[in-house]
Design a protein around this ligand. Sequence first.
Ligand code: SAH
Length: 348
Amino acid sequence: MEEQIQRKDIRALTLDQLRDFFVMKGDKAFRGNQVYEWLWQKSAHSFETMTNISKETRNLLTSNFVINHIKVDQIQRSEDGTIKNAVRLHDDLVVESVLIPTRTRTTACVSSQVGCSLDCHFCATARLKRMRNLNPDEIFDQVVAIDNESRLYFNRPLSNIVFMGMGEPLMNYNNVLKAIEKITSKEGLGMSPRRITVSTSGVPKMIKKMADEQVKFNLAVSLHSAVDEIRTSIMPFNATFPLVDLREALQYWYSKTKSRITYEYVVWKGINDTQSDADALVDFCRFAPSKVNLIEYNPIDDDRFQQANEKAIMMYVKTLGKKGITATVRRSRGKDIDAACGQLANKS
Ligand code: SAH
């Protein structure tokens, strides 16, 4: 047991480190490339499956490393086709990821943290608190698991990824970026970053950092209100990262990337359903090409929050439309299995 604890997660190594390991052991550096391919391209769960590697080398790997592969513990299927995976990690913690099929796409919604660093009052995940950040390989594995399910159930590969599962991706920035690097590189899954969206509640410093690093994936911001007082009352961390800072960071993002910003927005009765709320939203986002997804509220047991009526939603669509901002009204998916936005809470 003690020995097991000391063995290192092999996927924490870079390709160069793996090549160095083999050289140090008197083998060829190229062996590192072979193993790396098994780990990231073929998503091997054990060293035994690495059939083009000698038994001796596999033993060497087994005595030095472990592969901390995730385990899909439970699969739930919704009547609308949505699939939710309960994913067990090597230390027995559990996160959830969701496969969302449409006629033309399969989207993976993946988690970035166990629990969440933030405290949004309307979100079930917030009640779990943050237990730890996911490692790059744990994020990568969720994507691979959903890709396999997409092929199995829908006869097509995964087409899109959204970081809209549990957790705040920008509070686990380095690992999320490393995972995306693996997902998009040809040594990994070779997916286009244009098909990936990172969703954040808005951490200004990290948005600027992403802009500086010229990342190629899409950015979505969970705004829900463009009025500080209201936003702070439902998303308390807004007191630390107020809207002026968020907006300044988004302006910086746009100036560097020229890439459109998507806002996620739920309209609640008596909270943000007036004309002046919609006007504030227009004012907030008109500095750059933007799109607003008006998402359906998925009730969690808190009486303060109730989905606004159709009239209020249409008022938003009209107000945004008049100023040339695209608004889409999103129906929830996977509600019956608690797989919809804000419902991920390891209930089962
Ligand atoms: N922390 C990141 C990633 C989570 S994404 C972020 O905040 O963007 C999950 C999305 O679902 C966010 O837009 C969040 O605001 C939204 N959401 C949370 N609870 C919800 C609920 N009960 N109903 C509908 N959407 C909800």
